[in-house]
Design a protein around this ligand. Structure first.
Ligand code: PLP
Length: 402
C-alpha cells in the first residue's frame, strides 16, 4: 500500500532530542557537575488550589449515580465555555458566542490539526523563528515541498530579528494562511494592536486566514497589548484564535485548551466554524469532566488570584534573566510579557556553539535559537520556568562566562 511519504520523510524533530543528548554526554563525563536548566518550556509551579479543589470535587461527583458524567458535549461543557467568554472576552469588550468556542485537550492539538481545513496546495507563511508545530503539521500534510539546508522549499518565511525589531514583514507573495503567535515563542516579543492590524488588513485584502496562537496571553502586563486578535477590527472575518490553560494556569500535564472560530468565518464558500465542528465531532470525544471543572475554576476570583501569583513569580524570574544579561551588555529581547528571554549570542557565535559553551563553562542549559528556524541562528532562548534561586544562580554563571 502507498504510505504518506511526507510523514515518512520528515526531518527528525531534533531540537530537544539533541539538547538532551548533549546534556547526557556532558553529565556522563562530569558526574559531579550541577546543571541549572533554563531550557524547557514546561511550567514548574503546581496547579492552583482552586483548580485542584474543583477537580477533586468533580472526581467525587463522577463516583455517584447522580453526578456521573459519560461522554460530554462535543465542543465542551457550557459552564466552561461561559467562564471563558466572560473571563477572556466579555471582560475585554469582545463579543464571542457559545457556538464559537471549541474546548480541546491542548493548543498543540488544535494548531496541529487546524491545517485539515486547508487545501493540499494552500500556501503557508510562518514567522521565523517559530514554534515548530505550525511548520511540521503542514509538512506532514505535504504542503511545504522539500526540506533542504534547514528550509522548506514551499514555505513562506517571515524573518523576525533584532534588525526589524521582531516585527515580521508581510508576505511578499500571496499567503493563504499566516500563523502568528503573540506573545511569541521563542522570542518572547509582542505586537502592538497597530502592528497586528497590518496583518489583519493583509488577510482581509488577500482572502487569507490568520491562525493566532495566544498560548502566552496571561503573561501580558500592559493593557494596550492585545491579548486576543479579536481586539483588532476585522479579525472576526479572517482569524482563528488558539488559547491554552497550560501556561496560564499550569495545565501542561492536566490538558485543557480552547479554540475560537467566529461563526461567519468562511473561505471559498466553506464555513470554518461548521467544518471544524464536523471535524472535532468526528475525531475526538472531548476533555474529561473533572479537567473542564478545574479549568472553569481558574476563572473564579480565588483562581484568578492564585494563577496570577505564579505568573508574577515567572515574571520576576524573567526580569532577573533580562536585567542580569542587559547589565553584562548582551542584546536581550522579550521576557516582559512572556516567560521567554531571547538573547543575542556573544560575538555572533553560532547558537549551538553557545549552547556548548554555557553547558561546559557555566553548567547552564538553554535552547539554541537555530532549532526554531533559520533566523534563530545567532540567538539563544532562556526560560523563566525554574525557581528564583536557580534562576539567579544561572544568570550569575552565564554572566561570568560572558
Ligand atoms: N503554542 C505555543 C506557542 C506553545 O509554546 C505551546 C507549548 O509550549 C503550545 C501552544 C502548547 O500548548 P498546550 O500545552 O495547550 O498543547
Amino acid at each position: 500500500m502507498n504510505i504518506n511519504t511526507h510523514l515518512a520523510t520528515m526531518p527528525a524533530g531534533y531540537l530537544f532530542a539533541e539538547v538532551a543528548k548533549r546534556v547526557k554526554a556532558y553529565q556522563a563525563e562530569n558526574p559531579q557537575s550541577s546543571l541549572l536548566r533554563l531550557g524547557i518550556g514546561d511550567v514548574t509551579r503546581p496547579l492552583c488550589r482552586a483548580a485542584v479543589d474543583a477537580m477533586k470535587k468533580a472526581a467525587d461527583e463522577m463516583g455517584t449515580f447522580e453526578g456521573f458524567h459519560g461522554y460530554g458535549p462535543d465542543f465542551g461543557y457550557d459552564f466552561l465555555i461561559d467562564a471563558i467568554i466572560a473571563g477572556d472576552y466579555t471582560a475585554r469588550g469582545i463579543d464571542i458566542g457559545r457556538d464559537e468556542v471549541f474546548i480541546s485537550d491542548g493548543a498543540k492539538t488544535d494548531v496541529g490539526n487546524l491545517q485539515e481545513l486547508f487545501a493540499a496546495d494552500a500556501r503557508i507563511a510562518v514567522t521565523d523563528p517559530v514554534y515548530p508545530v505550525y511548520v511540521d503539521s503542514n509538512a506532514m500534510a505535504g504542503r511545504l515541498g522539500t526540506y533542504q539546508g534547514g528550509k522548506w522549499s514551499n514555505l513562506i518565511y517571515l524573518p523576525t530579528n533584532a534588525e526589524n525589531g521582531f516585527v515580521p514583514p508581510l508576505p511578499r507573495e500571496k499567503a493563504d494562511v499566516i500563523y502568528l503567535c503573540y506573545p511569541n515563542n521563542p522570542t518572547g516579543t509582542v505586537l502592538t494592536k497597530d502592528q497586528l492590524k497590518v496583518f489583519v488588513d493583509y488577510a482581509l485584502a488577500n482572502d487569507s486566514l490568520i491562525i493566532f496562537d495566544a498560548a502566552y496571553k496571561a503573561f501580558i502586563t500592559d493593557d494596550s497589548i492585545p491579548r486576543s486578535i479579536y481586539e483588532v477590527p476585522g479579525a472576526r472575518q479572517c482569524a482563528i484564535e488558539c488559547c491554552s490553560f497550560s501556561k496560564t494556569a499550569g495545565f501542561t500535564g492536566t490538558r485543557c485548551a480552547y479554540t475560537v472560530i467566529p461563526r461567519d468565518l468562511a473561505f471559498s464558500g466553506g464555513n470554518f466554524n461548521k467544518m471544524w465542528g464536523r471535524r472535532q465531532a468526528t475525531k475526538m470525544n472531548g476533555v474529561s469532566y473533572p479537567v473542564q471543572r478545574a479549568a472553569a475554576a481558574v476563572y473564579s476570583p480565588e483562581g484568578q488570584e492564585q494563577i496570577m501569583e505564579s505568573i508574577r513569580y515567572y515574571h520576576e524570574n524573567a526580569r532577573v534573566i533580562r536585567e542580569g544579561l542587559q547589565k553584562a551588555g548582551v542584546g536581550v529581547y522579550g521576557g516582559v510579557h512572556s516567560p521567554y528571554v531571547w538573547m543575542k549570542t556573544p560575538g555572533d557565535m553560532k547558537s549551538w556553539d553557545f549552547f556548548d559553551l554555557l553547558l561546559r563553562k557555566a553548567n547552564v542549559v538553554g535552547t539554541p535559537g537555530e532549532g526554531f528556524g533559520p533566523c534563530g541562528e545567532g540567538y539563544f532562548r532562556l526560560t523563566a520556568f525554574n525557581t528564583l534561586e536557580n534562576t539567579r544562580a544561572a544568570v550569575e554563571r552565564v554572566v561570568k562566562v560572558l
